[in-house]
Design a protein around this ligand. Structure first.
Ligand code: HEC
Length: 142
């Protein structure tokens, strides 16, 4: 027979772990929302020909946030309400390659938007978009 007191202690001991995992997931999703926000803003600028002067701002911000993205997938943060697949932690080498493609693409884009070459910007945005899809297809649930 398990005593209620024991269950209470178990709950108290386990709670910080649960809270951390939930906070970790919340943080990751928020960072990804930032990534998505800048991406959608840039696509809107290019498609709608609006706010062209803000393109460089979004590209620099993307390159900046790309510096923290690799850190938002710590071991143990795959359990709970998340769309991150366990494969991220089972195949770390593959995940790292996918991550690096994104970081490099964000960096490349940030090196084109301060110039007037819209063809180069378009190509860089496309590569960046491919890097999102590449990772999501493999490592994110629908
Ligand atoms: C290396 C892998 C990887 C790359 C690269 C990546 N993502 Fe994600 N993204 C994920 C994973 C995994 C999740 C699910 C996170 C979760 O639910 O915990 C996610 C979630 C998201 C979400 C949903 C956030 C939420 O509120 O649940 C958005 C939006 C998003 N990504 C946009 C992007 C965009 C735009 C790019 C490219 C510019 C990108 N991502 C690049 C792996 C990646």
């Amino acid at each position: 027979m398990i005593k209620p007191g024991f269950i209470l202690i178990l709950l108290l001991v386990c709670q910080p772990v649960w809270a951390d995992a939930a906070a970790e997931i919340k943080y990751r999703e928020s960072v990804m929302e930032v990534v998505g926000g800048h991406m959608h803003a840039m696509v809107a600028i290019l498609k709608g020909r609006v706010h062209a002067g803000d393109l460089d701002f979004h590209a620099q911000a993307m390159a900046n946030v790309a510096k923290v993205v690799p850190s938002v997938f710590p071991e143990g943060s795959g359990k709970g309400k998340t769309e991150a697949l366990q494969k991220i932690w089972d195949r770390p080498a593959e995940f790292e390659i996918s991550m690096q493609k994104f970081v490099d693409a964000a960096e490349s884009l940030a090196n084109t938007t301060d110039k007037e070459d819209m063809r180069a910007v378009g190509q860089a945005i496309q590569s960046l978009g491919k890097s999102c899809k590449g990772c999501h297809d493999q490592f994110k649930a629908e």
